[in-house]
Design a protein around this ligand. Structure first.
Ligand code: IVH
Length: 670
């Protein structure tokens, strides 16, 4: 046990380190040298090493990444995270201001806050009693992914809020954008190129890919940072305006963008947009526009929202960035779905701080419409988060040596025929066993939440496909132990384990099987809905579009995708082969109702009679949802042996706590 002196010293060091982080990240004005800062960290590390009871997840020494997760939990946002309507030109912004005045029945000028709009990943951070407890992504606006461990590695995120001038409120949900600076992005890509790893297309993708890492020890190595721009639910403090929020957050150590300004009318706001547009290239990060927000919260409340966007805010986009370069070659790329996309390989050119050497040409029609030829000088555009595209050809630069491109007749990956179906823009490779597609399909089929074939990972699948041992999914079940044992790095024992896992996977549920097929637009949830409503594979495969559309939650895209999947002869064959191989689908419980609909469960500690995954399936199968951390939206906390910190948190919050027995009753097992 640490002595009271050691405890006090640790608390003091943590406070100082958070304060110096604040000086560095928020004020951009460090008070001490890097060496002095490192010395504070080392002293704290040594103390915590000596007295492990001093450790706490929010200690600045704990920003090192935790053990990898199998999947992210979900977090339900207390207040939905809305998105923004766009304005492309000044007229649209003036119209936005007029709409607001009409709605409020006023002709008085409205005060606005103008903030840079960064292109990164929207997140929500939750602080309780000034301590960081949960970080989540925006997700669909209602629920996002629990990325707490990853957020903890971001140094600009305070783990404990500063309480010098202004104590933080009891509960604070703060929203912001996690992003990567352009220079850091380029350095990261350089390192990846050196290691033969795939490159990120832009800083946004790099930020998203880093934040959505299951292994936070990778995230910690990625140079992520954050700007906070708003709040969700707050208990213990009333804010009057957006400007009030932006002025207050930094006092607690939360980083806000110093370019934000408040103006008394829309004309000044528009003038500032033009100013920022000029400053754009000089910033270390990418911006795709500004966000103009009505400052007063009272007015925001009166304005409310329409179709998931607030009436009180608008994203005023910057014009896209363009540059001129030359096309060296055009290649067709085969995607996971078999679609061939023509890609222009170009002389490298910098657009908005990022080097571009490939651009999409979308499809053959697009190439013909724009008359793009190999050797052409072209204008290339990077707009927001999309892949660069060729805008137009500068025909005056033609020399006569340019060559036309046409789609290959055979797939560049598997040499099967390439066809273009009527009504479709894309050319597709018809090869059902095209390696470009089959690896992805098998990977999905074997994944944990699908058929759960333990041990059948990416490397193994690559080998099986490369050696021609597996051409489609059903081939997996025909493999013998010796086939596996002959592969690289495959000991006899693990070959046996995989055979066992394959055997085990043959007993599955309808929902898992449907999900495993990888039908376009059919994720885990839709698979559950189909299984619950149609009860058998046969019924699903024979359902017409009308029948599918009669099911709540099934829209036209899903309906069409499902029917065309089962109509396909090759797919029918494959299903037959799977059944022949011994895949057996358990009849789903007749209970069509969703007894747990609207109920959210949180699990902590080990259960005796089932694994965590089995328990989750029981909940999902009955229409319920799973949370990964204690929060207001949780209806039941199921507590097993040796529960973790979630248990303490749940008790503190006064959530309903049940044991395994009660859980079994709820799901109808006892
Ligand atoms: S306000 C209801 N402010 O833009 C208000 N958003 O489409 C919603 N974003 O997903 C957000 N910078 O990730 C706001 N200063 C800023 C922003 C910002 C970037 C992103 C945010 C959101 C998207 C809205």
């Amino acid at each position: 046990m640490a002595s009271p002196e050691a405890q006090e010293r640790a608390a003091r060091l943590r406070g100082e380190i958070e304060y110096h982080n604040y000086r560095y990240y928020v004020l951009d004005d460090p008070e001490i040298s890097d060496a002095a800062y490192d010395a504070l960290m080392r002293e704290l590390e040594r103390l915590e090493e000596k007295y492990p009871d001093l450790r706490s997840p929010n200690s600045p020494t704990q920003r090192v990444g935790a053990s990898p997760l199998e999947e992210f939990g979900t977090i339900t946002h207390t207040i939905p995270m809305l998105s923004l309507a766009n304005a492309m030109d000044e007229a649209a912004v003036i119209e936005f201001d007029q709409r607001i005045k009409r709605f409020l029945k006023t002709d008085k000028e409205i005060a606005y806050v103008v903030e840079p709009k960064l292109d990164g990943v929207a997140v929500e951070l939750i602080y309780e009693g000034g301590e960081f407890v949960v970080g989540s992504t925006r997700g669909d606006g209602y629920t996002g992914e629990d990325v707490t461990q990853n957020v903890r590695t971001i140094k600009a995120v305070p783990l404990t809020l500063i309480r010098r001038e202004n104590p933080p409120p009891q509960r604070l949900e703060v929203r912001g954008e996690v992003y990567m600076e352009v220079a850091d992005f380029e350095e990261l890509n350089k390192a990846r190129e050196k290691n033969g790893e795939p490159l990120f297309a832009n800083p946004r993708n790099a930020a998203a890919g880093s934040l959505r890492q299951l292994d936070s020890s990778i995230t910690v190595q990625r140079p992520l940072t954050i700007f906070c721009y708003g709040i969700g639910e707050v208990q213990g403090k009333d804010f009057e305006s957006q400007w009030d929020v932006l002025r207050t957050l930094p006092q607690w150590g939360l980083r806000t963008n110093p370019l934000a300004r408040r103006y008394n009318n829309i004309n000044e706001a528009v003038a500032y947009y033009n100013e920022i547009n000029e400053l754009r290239e000089a910033q270390p990060y990418e911006m795709d526009g500004v966000v103009i927000k009505v400052d007063s919260f009272e007015l925001q409340r009166r304005l409310g929202e329409v179709s998931r966007s607030p009436r009180w805010a608008v994203a005023y986009k910057f014009p896209p960035k363009e540059a001129t370069t030359r096309i060296i070659d055009i290649k067709a790329q085969v995607g996971r779905t078999g679609a061939l996309t023509p890609v222009a390989l170009m002389e490298p050119v910098r657009i908005g701080g990022v080097e571009v050497k490939r651009a999409t040409l979308h499809n053959q029609d697009e190439i013909e419409n724009k008359d793009v030829r190999i050797g052409d000088t072209v204008v290339v555009r990077r707009a927001g988060d999309v892949i660069p595209e060729v805008v137009k050809v500068i025909t005056s630069k033609r020399t006569g040596a340019e060559k036309r491109f046409s789609m290959p007749q055979t797939c560049p990956v598997c040499e099967s025929a390439v066809v273009r179906l009527p009504e479709e823009a894309a050319h597709r490779c018809v090869g059902i066993s095209c390696p470009a597609q089959v690896k992805g399909r098998i990977r999905h089929f074997a994944s944990k939440r699908a058929m759960d074939i333990d041990g059948l990972g990416v490397k193994l699948i690559d080998q099986l496909v490369a050696k021609g041992l597996v051409k489609d999914i059903a081939d997996l079940y025909a493999l013998g132990q010796d086939a596996f044992a002959a592969l690289e790095r495959m000991a006899e024992k693990s070959a046996g384990n995989i055979i066992e896992a394959l055997e085990k996977s043959k007993q599955t549920t309808l929902a898992r099987f449907i999900y495993a097929l990888g039908i376009r637009h059919v994720g885990e949830h839709i698979a559950q809905v189909l299984a619950r409503n149609l009860s058998s594979l046969d019924a699903i495969s024979k359902a017409t579009e009308e029948e599918l559309l009669a099911i709540p939650e099934i829209g036209p895209e899903v309906a069409q995708s499902v029917t065309s999947f089962f109509r396909d002869k090759g797919n029918q064959e494959e299903l037959k082969r799977l059944q022949k191989a011994g895949v057996e689908i358990a009849a789903p419980s007749v209970r069509k109702a969703e007894p747990l609909k609207g109920k959210t469960f949180l699990f902590t500690g080990a259960l005796e009679g089932m694994t965590r995954d089995e328990a989750k399936d029981l909940v999902l199968g009955r229409g319920g949802e799973i949370a990964s951390s204690a929060g207001k939206g949780v209806d039941y906390v199921v507590v097993g042996e040796e529960p973790g910190s979630k248990y303490a948190k749940a008790r503190e919050m006064g959530l309903t706590i049940i044991d395994e027995k009660e859980f079994k009753k709820l799901v109808g097992m006892e």
